[in-house]
Design a protein around this ligand. Sequence first.
Ligand SMILES: NC(=O)c1ccc[n+]([C@@H]2O[C@H](COP(=O)([O-])OP(=O)(O)OC[C@H]3O[C@@H](n4cnc5c(N)ncnc54)[C@H](OP(=O)(O)O)[C@@H]3O)[C@@H](O)[C@H]2O)c1
Length: 214
Amino acid sequence: MTTLITGANRGIGAALFDAFTASGEKTIGTSRQDDAHLPLDVTKRSSLVALAAALNKAPIDTLICNAGVHNDKNFTLESNYTADIWADTFAANTTGVFFTIETLLPLIRKAKAGKIAIISSQMGSNTLATGGSYAYRASKAAALNLGRNLANDLASEGIAVGIYHPGWVITDMGGQNAAITVEQSAAGLFQRINALSMATTGCFETWDGQQHPL
Ligand SMILES: NC(=O)c1ccc[n+]([C@@H]2O[C@H](COP(=O)([O-])OP(=O)(O)OC[C@H]3O[C@@H](n4cnc5c(N)ncnc54)[C@H](OP(=O)(O)O)[C@@H]3O)[C@@H](O)[C@H]2O)c1
């Protein structure tokens, strides 16, 4: 069984990498920073094509789209929203997720029961829309929408797609006052992603197993 995790060099991605590695599964991490993982910038098609080539047609059982940015943290309507903030946020959090899945789908199809996990956020919920961080929220809502539509389109092939809120996690993105550690988040996500099946495809779940409002 092979699991591939994007953005595995720090934060939740690094903890997921450790959790899957500890389970004895073959675990491949990607990073745009270091040599410990395969190189990948999810916003660049050429980078994805190079990753696919490096994987050399080997099947991927579980793809975890974790890489993401929060460029408008604490932004309000009064903040200086530029077009670049919107474009860069969507490039990583939405288009990057789509490109990653699209590029690696042939390898997921080669697995016996391939799965795709998208790390979205509670901030992508249309129900819990508490305002602020407009670009991040919209990009994560789009990633949730993308995952649910992919779940529909890939059902006939037996490929399950789950969308997850990892908790409010102590990372560079979540900040030091966040509620849980990366180890807690990754341990919960590990269980959730392992439990993902065709019976639960399209789910939007929290790290600790609650169904999240859409
Ligand atoms: N922390 C939270 O409380 C929280 C809550 C809800 C959802 N999330 C989601 O959980 C995921 C991980 O968050 P985190 O807290 O671990 O964030 P983090 O500590 O800021 O780490 C983000 C990771 O994504 C990578 N990344 C960003 N843009 C990329 C790109 N264009 N191509 C490839 N990799 C890229 C980063 O790589 P570099 O090191 O190269 O920048 C880094 O490895 C994100 O999708 C985030 O939105 C986090």
